[in-house]
Design a protein around this ligand. Structure first.
Ligand code: CS2
Ligand code: MG
Length: 413
């Protein structure tokens, strides 16, 4: 089953996506997601200039060998651009293998371990009444687990809070990568105050628990902004509200920072969306410093790398919580859902729904009902790309915001 074509497709139905389509001599095609928010063209060039020429003529069936060939063969390993490109190839080859077998991918990964994957949605609001409305809207949409992000008094815009306040729970409202107005594209800048945040967030969770009771799983994302001692305090302050997890409490480059957080709080911890290799988890798994692995299939090196990572995590009793914001394309999302269904140590799946434009370009078959996601039983990943629709949405530069403290110092966004 020789590879005859490897095409990189960049499309922007409201936001940018990089997709690799691999075609074999017998006409089977496979898709892989290589989207890297705000740095999309670097992955597109890596794929079309450096990887596609190496794929032509290779045996599409040799997935592990191709992964090692691209990873070790480049000599320069890891890094978000390289690993998104490796992931795109790997995912496309799994799509092809499953289509050739006439099976949904999860069957090749060992078959279903559950009927569906518990998904969490993103409720947000500028203040408590807006957040309560947003939670109600998410419950009405069928979500059975909800992330809560809140505006902070004194700050104009805060990570995770939809610009309109998401009072109606409109799922399309929050898209952090923004196109700038006139002139060359530049990231917008936001202002951040960690002390104000630490004072406010526990009050928000108190209000949400008072309104919705103890059952509903609630999550929160700290987006790498706290020092270890600040994160330890937040974890302790949130203990009465029984969070499902506190995500990205401290900066991702320093895994040992979580030792201090762990010593002080029983709030479960999750990290990993900006990691780009299973190796990044080393001490986090072996010392059991986290409860959930947060990587995206797209950023950790594909289905092959994610499967190895989750199997290693399982040995330490650590579960999955695969990254699923809108900057993971429906192709990356489908790959996550097949893994979610198959692995024993599934925890939860993030699910921010894609816009109508995105779903016009990417024809998905996965379904959401009663709080659970299922990848469908179509052979392969179960997602197809409509190239004519994709061509209607050309690439448009967009950046994630840059964050500054109130005195102007650049801070983690
Ligand atoms: C996030 C993302 O989903 C999450 O938990 O932290 O929204 C993240 O900000 C984006 O993926 C950045 O591209
Ligand atoms: Mg996050």
């Amino acid at each position: 089953m020789k590879i005859t074509a490897a095409d990189t497709i960049v499309t922007s139905p409201g936001r940018n996506f990089v997709t690799l389509r691999i075609t074999t001599e017998d006409g089977i095609t496979g898709l892989g997601d290589g989207t890297l928010n705000g740095r999309e063209l670097a992955v597109a060039s890596y794929l079309s200039d450096h990887v596609a020429p190496l794929l032509i003529g290779r045996d599409a069936a040799r997935i592990e060998d191709t992964w090692q060939y691209l990873y070790r063969g480049a000599y320069w390993r890891r890094g978000p651009v390289t690993m998104a490109a490796v992931a795109a190839v790997d995912t496309a080859l799994w799509d092809i293998k499953a289509k050739a077998a006439g099976m949904p991918l999860y069957q090749l990964l060992g078959g279903a371990s559950r009927t569906g994957a518990l998904a969490y949605g993103h409720a947000s609001g500028r203040d408590v009444p807006e957040i309560l409305d947003s939670v109600r809207a998410h419950l009405a949409q069928g979500y059975r687990a909800i992330r809560i992000q809140s505006g902070i008094p004194g700050l104009d815009s805060v990570y995770g809070v939809a610009a309109s306040g998401a009072g109606g729970g409109d799922r399309y409202d929050y898209e952090p990568a923004r196109r700038s107005g006139d002139g060359p594209p530049r990231p917008v800048e936001e202002v951040w105050d960690t002390r104000a945040y630490l004072r406010h967030v526990p009050r928000v969770f108190e209000a949400v628990r008072a309104e919705f009771g103890p059952e509903l799983p609630l999550l929160h994302d700290g987006h790498h902004r706290m020092t270890p001692i600040q994160a330890a305090r937040l974890g302790k302050d949130l203990e009465p509200y029984d969070l499902f997890w506190l995500e990205d409490a401290t900066p991702a480059e320093d895994p040992t920072a979580l030792r201090l957080v762990r010593q002080h709080t029983t709030t479960p911890l999750a990290i990993g969306e900006v990691f780009n290799s299973p190796h990044d988890y080393g001490v986090l798994l072996s010392e059991r410093l986290i409860d959930y692995v947060r990587s995206a299939v797209t950023h950790v090196g594909g289905v092959t790398a994610m499967r190895k990572l989750l199997d290693l995590a399982a040995l330490y009793g650590i579960k999955s919580g695969i990254h699923g914001p809108t900057d993971i394309s429906p192709v990356g999302m489908a790959a996550a859902l097949h893994l979610d269904l198959a692995v024993h140590n599934f925890g939860i799946q993030e699910y921010m729904r894609h816009s109508a434009g995105t779903l016009e370009v990417f024809r998905t078959s996965y379904r959401f009902g009663e709080g659970l996601l299922h990848p469908s039983d179509q052979p392969g990943l179960g997602v197809e790309l409509d190239e004519t629709a994709a061509a209607r949405f050309p690439y448009a530069p967009a950046y994630l915001p840059v964050n500054r403290l109130t005195d102007g110092t650049v801070h983690d966004w």
